[in-house]
Design a protein around this ligand. Structure first.
Ligand SMILES: [Zn+2]
Ligand SMILES: [Zn+2]
Length: 326
């Protein structure tokens, strides 16, 4: 191995990522070094790229990306349970505090001091990434680019359905049928739910129906989940959710929504947020995917084309997920 690696680094918010050789990271105690085969490009990367989501301190080098799939090539000291050659994934969560109430309840995705790949520490738009051995995902063999979006898009969809405590026989309305929404449709189906898909783009609803959503529209839903990055779906969710039903907010929308307190007390609806998922949920999801692969549209790109992918995600012209192959 050489001492350097090729990386796409962020120099100016919203500007083209710069292809350059940077020092190859060394795994410290408790860390593993992963040689990446593929990395997904997520919508959260767009928020970091254009500066609408800024870390308190920029990582150096500032490398985005948090859907990395590769193989362990080196172990730091005190690493348990990993060997060189193992398939490993680096997802959004790099590590968490391990001591707060959320961490102790195994709900570590809500740890308020967690650190994230491509945000607080260098991410996966590079040939190598260092991951915390306790938080890296154990992955099966198979096509790396097909696996990558599972690590964030898939996990966020799965985490949202688990947050809603979806049960077999319930009716679930999925708002926004991009990558996350389409994973949610498939996973909810496998959990035994009846699924309705809502999107302003009829083409996306067509794909959702092919993946198991009902055609036609729901009259009432036990659970409404919003993956659409807009406030426009809020009134529709309020209208559709049944009394004592659940609304899950799973899209990053900075604008506030109206909440009528009379409506809240007369319906008893629960409104909850969700963010990625936990390690246990990651294991469950990967097992589910290994059984029968979840379907997704993956556009394979080279590292030097990553800025084009970020731009396409920003303007909403992307069809399916982008995935860098190394
Ligand atoms: Zn993501
Ligand atoms: Zn914590």
């Amino acid at each position: 191995m050489t001492d350097t690696m090729l990386a796409a680094t962020l120099k100016d918010y919203g500007g083209p990522l710069v292809m350059e050789q940077v020092a190859r990271p060394k795994p410290l105690s408790g860390q593993i070094l992963i040689k990446l085969e593929a990395s997904g490009v997520c919508h959260s990367d767009v928020h970091v790229w254009n500066g609408s989501l800024k870390p308190p301190t920029n990582p150096a080098p500032f490398i985005l990306g948090h859907e990395g799939v590769g193989r362990v090539v080196a172990l730091g000291a005190n690493v348990q349970g990993w060997s060189v050659g193992d398939r490993a994934g680096a997802a959004w969560i790099h590590n968490t505090c391990g001591t707060c109430a959320e961490c102790l309840a195994q709900e570590e995705s809500f740890c308020q001091t967690h650190t994230a790949h491509g945000f607080n520490v260098p991410g996966t738009f590079a040939e190598y990434v260092v991951a915390d051995a306790r938080f890296a995902a154990r992955l099966p063999e198979g096509d790396a680019a097909d696996l990558a979006p599972i690590l964030c898009a898939g996990l966020t969809a799965y985490g949202a359905l688990r947050r809603a405590e979806v049960r077999a026989g319930e009716t679930i309305a999925i708002f926004g049928c991009g990558g996350l929404g389409l994973y949610a449709v498939q996973i909810a189906k496998r959990l035994g739910a009846t699924v309705f898909a809502i999107d302003k783009d009829p083409e996306k609803i067509k794909i959702a129906v092919e993946l198991g959503a009902e055609s036609g529209s729901a009259k009432q839903a036990d659970v409404c989940i919003n993956f659409a990055p807009t406030v426009a779906t809020w009134d529709l969710m309020i209208a559709l959710v049944r009394p004592r039903g659940r609304i899950i907010s799973a899209a990053m929308v900075p604008e506030p929504v109206m909440l009528n307190q009379e409506w809240m007390l007369s319906t008893g609806v629960k409104i909850m947020g969700t963010s990625v998922g936990t390690r246990t949920q990651m294991e469950e999801l990967i097992a589910l995917h290994a059984e029968t692969p979840l379907k997704g549209t993956v556009n394979r790109i080279a590292l030097q084309d990553v800025t084009l992918a970020l731009s396409a995600l920003y303007t909403g012209t992307a069809k399916g997920r982008y995935c860098i192959e190394f």
